[in-house]
Design a protein around this ligand. Structure first.
Ligand SMILES: Cc1cc2nc3c(=O)[nH]c(=O)nc-3n(C[C@H](O)[C@H](O)[C@H](O)COP(=O)(O)O)c2cc1C
Length: 202
């Protein structure tokens, strides 16, 4: 089967791409609006792209009605956000926080989660998540227009909170303790499965 991208509806391309590019890490993003109200939402169009300086990128797409998601609006207004780790023990809350609620309603209350103050940015982190990365906006790149079009939010990580409980004896993050979940296509997710090691060729 071959897909002619130029004649395939965007919704179908979304289904194909999100089933192929897997598993995707999930940025669980806290932001605030200008009134200080906290917003929480998950984004699986997400990754880390550099460490010097540390750079993360995620993409809140335009909604079906063409409007901007609250996360994007808040970042445009404040230029700050926090990426929290989406972990197995909080999977239900990750999913619940994707519910589309108005800006006056908080996903923090909806999920029953709580926040912790950040050190370098105004939006708080999620107290229940073992990792919070405080980010300052570097740039937003809009690609395309209309529903599903990308807004690449490029952020510099300026502070990182790590729960000691996810560290190994050497002080490094232990993936088997962190237990991030990954997003597949549709309603499917994955847990950390069979981990194997390979030494890099020298
Ligand atoms: C696991 C998961 C991953 C998601 N990833 C994305 C994404 O990468 N981009 C996006 O625009 N929406 C994504 N969504 C949908 C948003 O979370 C949803 O539209 C949310 O209501 C946006 O919230 P906001 O308006 O408060 O920013 C995802 C939903 C889930 C459950």
């Amino acid at each position: 089967m071959k897909i002619d991208v130029s004649t395939t509806p965007a919704s179908e391309l979304y289904q194909i791409l999100t089933r192929v590019v897997t598993p995707r890490p999930i940025a669980w993003v806290t932001t605030i609006d200008l009134a200080g109200r906290v917003n929480l939402a998950p984004f699986s169009f997400f990754n880390v792209f550099a460490s010097n300086p540390p750079v993360v990128i995620f993409s809140p797409a335009f909604r079906r009605d063409g409007t901007k998601k609250d996360t994007l609006r808040n970042i445009e207004a404040t230029r700050e956000f926090v990426v929290n780790a989406a972990v197995e023990s909080l999977a239900e809350e990750v999913n619940l926080s994707s519910k589309e609620v108005g800006p006056e309603e908080s996903e923090i209350e909806l999920t029953g989660l709580s926040t912790r103050p950040s050190d370098r940015v105004r939006p708080p982190g999620l107290a229940e998540s073992p990792v919070s990365m405080e980010c300052k906006l570097l740039q937003i790149i809009e690609i395309g227009q209309g529903p599903g079009a990308a807004n690449l939010v490029i952020g510099e990580v300026v502070a990182i909170h790590l729960d000691d409980a996810i560290l190994d004896p050497a002080g490094k993050v232990d993936s088997s303790k962190l237990r991030t979940i990954g997003r597949l296509g549709g309603d499917e997710y994955c847990r950390l499965g069979d981990v194997f090691r390979m030494e890099r060729p020298r």
